[in-house]
Write a protein of this length. Structure first.
Length: 395
């Protein structure tokens, strides 16, 4: 048997997008039984150090990082670039095969979703322009083109780069920005990390999400979901497909197939719709504020009296507004959010049922069982099994 090819993967494994690309490379190797000896720097900040003197056979690298692109510009071994798409084709690296996430389609999916929610005002929360943020600028430009085509006014806010020292001031500035926006409005965040910051600022500014501000992120990052009080709607990139395509390209190059001008643009997989973007216009500002509070704190065991205190009216008056607008009580609305959280957690069989009960705001596992039997005529475990069998039947 011949020796396996030595391949370097130059990515930042701290990022969910990079990890998904790497996973796609791994899937290609498993599905084809290709044997590569893989090198990946443990500290991504050192990934280009000495790479020009590395005695390997090929490289797959993140070309969104200009340092990586410059370092690999004339290495004598096959290189496959991975990064964001460009509206201007001249921005792609010359004579280098390139696999890209489709920045325009990512934004289009988020934009169309917000339009479907009945919104007519839109904004984009991006990143300050730097050489390493070219992909973010492409997404911002795509948003601006869509707004111009539809003859609408779009607001762009870039904020500041995230740093511990400047975070307090940055959050104050963002809260001031969200207060100043015309409402209701839909905001597309350039990443889930930025979307999470935006949701935090809406809490600070006491602005209901999604009644006044509907938010969509990009990445569908499970870590961002865990850290958000309000479940985040997010566009899912085809990052694993990108990794698979990049590995396939390099495999061909290693066997004599020349592909210097190959360009593969990978579309997004879809959009994971959650509470942050499901805009529902409300007639009553009291109901709007109450739902905003319930959405954040339902799973912490809040009572109806606490909701009324937050809104600033009596419990009796708040109940009247709820019955008039939502045709249900405040308690029923709180329970809905608890059940919604429990149902989403039940999809993960690794989470113990007792943990599901606690994290969903039920006082005990027995009480959660009783509520499920009353509402769905089955136990939580039976509910999860039904959901999984329905999903299998659909596929």
């Amino acid at each position: 048997m011949s020796s396996p090819h030595r391949i370097a993967l130059l990515f930042n494994a701290n990022k969910v997008y990079d990890r998904q690309v790497i996973a796609g490379i791994g899937q290609y190797l498993k599905s084809t039984r290709v044997e590569w000896d893989l090198f990946m720097e443990e500290d991504f900040r050192c990934r280009t150090l000495g790479i020009r003197h590395w005695r390997g056979d090929g490289i797959i690298a993140d070309f969104d990082d200009p340092t990586v692109a410059e370092t690999l510009a004339d290495v004598p071994i096959p290189v496959v670039a991975v990064g964001g798409s460009y509206a201007d084709a001249s921005h792609y690296p010359p004579k280098t095969p390139y696999v890209a996430t489709d920045n325009t389609k990512l934004v289009r999916l988020a934009y169309d979703h917000l339009i479907e929610q009945g919104l007519q005002r839109f904004a984009f929360y991006g990143l300050p322009p730097t050489p390493g943020n070219r992909w973010a600028q492409e997404r911002e430009d795509a948003f601006c083109r869509m707004i111009a085509t539809d003859k609408l006014e779009g607001v762009v806010y870039r904020g500041s780069s995230t740093s511990a020292g400047g975070w307090g001031r940055a959050q104050e500035d963002m809260a001031e920005w969200v207060r100043s926006l015309p409402k209701p409005i839909g905001i597309i965040a350039v990443t889930d990390a930025r979307a999470r910051q935006l949701l935090q600022s809406c809490v600070v500014a006491d602005i209901p999400v999604p009644e006044q501000i509907a938010v969509v992120g990009i990445d569908n990052d499970p870590i961002a979901q865990l850290l958000c009080r309000i479940a985040l709607t997010s566009v899912t990139q085809g990052a694993e497909d990108m990794g698979h395509s990049a590995a396939q390209l390099l495999h061909k190059m290693l066997h004599g197939h020349i592909a210097p001008d190959t360009r593969i643009i990978v579309p997004p997989l879809g959009i994971n719709v959650q509470a942050s973007s499901l805009h529902e216009p409300m007639k009553s500002p009291h109901v709007m504020r109450a739902k905003h509070y319930i959405r954040q704190y339902a799973c912490l065991g809040i009572k109806v009296e606490q909701v009324a205190d937050y809104v600033g009216i009596s419990r009796t008056l708040l109940e009247e507004h709820f019955k008039r607008e939502l045709k249900q009580t405040v308690h029923q609305t709180i329970l809905e959010y608890k059940l919604e959280t429990a149902r989403s957690m039940l999809a993960d069989t690794d989470i113990p049922l007792a943990d599901v009960a606690v994290r969903s705001g039920f006082t005990s596992l027995q009480y959660m069982y009783a509520v499920f039997r009353r509402e769905f005529n089955c136990t939580p475990r039976q509910f999860a099994e039904k959901a999984r069998s329905q999903e299998r039947a659909m596929h």
